[in-house]
Write a protein that binds this ligand. Structure first.
Ligand code: GLU
Length: 299
């Protein structure tokens, strides 16, 4: 497996030049576009790595499946379904244009910003600090890594520039979908996006979702999360990804991609140069090749 992973990184290396690191969160612009790493954790826990798999990057949207999971665990499926739907949006992750649709639960997917911001309200905790702590603890448990923490500089950078997310949260409030203080909710969301992780952390979280055997994970919740990843995990590139790779996955603008291969393995990839939709260009290529070589598509 290691030689296959090394071969894949070599074959996909040229794709790093085809993307650009995210700059709308200023701190993310400091990422080194040459970084490229991958990790596979098999069902039995065997770990395989290649490249810069130990590099730490912020999870960004890859925390969204964990937010969904926490909301399911803490508030139950019924309340989650009252707040967010399941359908693919076909829109960018921070889409603002709800003009031809009422802002209603059925039109909000938990893998785009509006849905994830709304779901922060359903995490257990008397304050948003407590809710964030609960989310961080769950992420650490799933990743099997107690050292996961917020990258403070990225958090401050997004907090200082995140007007669009703030506006999305106010939109939710205007439509009566959330009632708490927007600044508290949004701080929890920004902190969640700023949790630092490496490829092995992502692969371990994904392995739990793939195998349904993690003590903190109910199989029904894992199925819920995985199905949602399939519809919208790769933003408005999810259909293409389903065709070319064929596994539930989640990307983040930090350059990570987490792939869930049901019953078989979890995958973490990192390469920070992104395409226009916000997905890692070389990361997607690596996933495509891995899927072809190991016959991973669930279709
Ligand atoms: N923190 C980022 C934002 O909300 C996450 C976006 C992403 O990774 O897609 O803009």
């Amino acid at each position: 497996m290691e030689s296959l992973l090394n071969e894949i990184l070599m074959q996909c290396a040229s794709y790093k030049q085809q993307g650009a690191v995210a700059s709308y969160i200023p701190e993310l612009a400091k990422a080194d576009p040459e970084q490229f790493g991958i990790c596979v954790v098999e069902a039995d826990g065997t770990i395989h790595t290649a490249g810069q798999w130990q590099s730490v990057f912020t999870m960004q949207s890859i925390i969204k499946p964990v937010i969904l999971l926490a909301a399911l665990m803490d508030s139950g499926e019924e309340r989650v379904r009252q707040l967010v739907g399941m359908e693919a949006t076909g829109k960018p992750f921070d889409a603002f244009n709800y003009s031809d649709q009422a802002l209603a639960a059925g039109h909000i997917n938990p893998m785009i910003n509006t849905g994830a911001i709304a779901l922060c309200t359903l995490i257990q905790g008397a304050t948003y600090e407590e809710k964030f702590r609960r989310l961080l603890d769950l992420t650490r448990e799933l990743a099997g890594n107690d050292r996961l923490q917020v990258e403070e500089s990225v958090f401050q950078s997004e907090k200082a520039t995140g007007s669009k997310n703030r506006a999305l949260a106010y939109l939710l409030k205007a439509y009566g979908m959330i009632s708490d203080r927007v600044e508290d909710i949004i701080d929890c969301y920004f902190k969640a996006c700023s949790i630092g992780a490496n490829c092995a952390d992502l692969a371990r979280i994904a392995r739990g979702l793939a195998c349904h055997d993690h003590s903190s994970l109910q199989p029904a919740h894992a199925r819920y999360v995985n199905a949602t990843l399939m519809t919208c995990g790769m933003y408005d590139g999810s259909g293409e990804f389903a065709l070319n790779v064929g596994i539930p996955a989640k990307s983040g603008v930090g350059g990570g991609i987490m792939g869930v291969v049901p019953g078989r393995m979890g995958i973490g990839v990192y390469s920070p140069a992104l395409d226009k939709k916000g997905n890692s260009v070389a990361g997607i290529k690596a996933m495509e090749l891995l899927s072809q070589r190991l016959n991973l598509s669930i279709f």
